[in-house]
Design a protein around this ligand. Structure first.
Ligand code: ZN
Length: 158
């Protein structure tokens, strides 16, 4: 177990399409354990493998009561729309205004290769979409409307 370094936007690894996971072995389990530790330490909501320099289709999402591990995830269904502030551990200190579906249902494999489905609304739906985009090399800054200003961010906190 160990913390992994979170790459920032300038790193080419964040702009590449990731390959599917084929081996559900100790190496994958170590990656997932390290990603969990890294996410908790960074106080984030989600983390994708390319953010720690691994170009494989692996993301984790903190649901609040548990951290979901999604290997080879696919978006099955989306519904509605939400517009709000979105940030990324790879773009520290900034937030953008991003439109996302208000509901998302995904299918993914767990760390042992078993397929399962998960769904969520609002922040969870936003997080699923954001993290899955990372696996195709897409940063939220490429799909946002604009960065939020300091004034807007401060107003949100009040
Ligand atoms: Zn991100």
């Amino acid at each position: 177990m160990g913390l992994r370094k979170i790459l920032t936007d300038k790193d080419p690894a964040l702009h590449k399409v990731c390959r599917p996971v084929v081996n559900f072995d100790g190496r994958l389990h170590r990656l997932l354990d390290d990603m969990r530790e890294t996410l908790v330490e960074a106080n984030g909501v989600g983390l994708a493998a390319p953010q720690v320099g691994i170009l494989r289709r692996v993301v984790i999402v903190d649901l609040g009561d548990e951290i979901l591990e999604l290997v080879n995830p696919q978006l099955l269904e989306t519904d509605g729309e939400q517009e709000g502030a979105e940030g990324c551990l790879s773009v520290p200190g900034k937030y953008g205004l991003v439109k996302r579906p208000n509901f998302a249902r995904v299918r993914a494999q767990d760390r042992d290769g078993q397929w399962y489905e998960a769904e969520g609304e609002e922040l969870i739906a936003r997080c699923f979409c954001h993290e899955l985009d990372h696996l195709d090399g897409i940063m939220y800054t490429e799909v946002m409307e604009r960065f939020l200003t300091e004034e807007e961010l401060n107003a949100d906190e009040e």
